[in-house]
Design a protein around this ligand. Sequence first.
Ligand code: ZN
Length: 132
Amino acid sequence: MEDRNTPQEIQGTAGKFLIRHKSILDATSKMQEYCARINRAIAKAVTCCGCIKIDADKQCLPPDVSYSDIRTFMQSHMDGKLCDNCRDTISHEIGTTVFYLAALCNLLELDLDTVIREENERIRTLGIYSLK
Ligand SMILES: [Zn+2]
């Protein structure tokens, strides 16, 4: 069965349905708005629902830690697990952000699938230190 949810399909859908927000200014600002909504939904999961809790302090790595062991020392600073309601809300906000990202790629004539593949390959090749 054909996969209708690939980055290319999402980019095609964004091209068909984005009429009101065709300006690149709309696409960039809507994407930023939904990134903020992801942060807001996470904050509400902590402060309103309480299904997750944030307990943060300084990340401490032993000075001689090897690259392959870094993962075992890094903390997520998050306790608990998203409830179904918060999971649905955050998932929706992430999905909408991806939709506007696809729209932005359309406007800039970039292929989202290629962008994802190239980024994945870059991280695989250069490792976590390539992330800013
Ligand atoms: Zn929740």
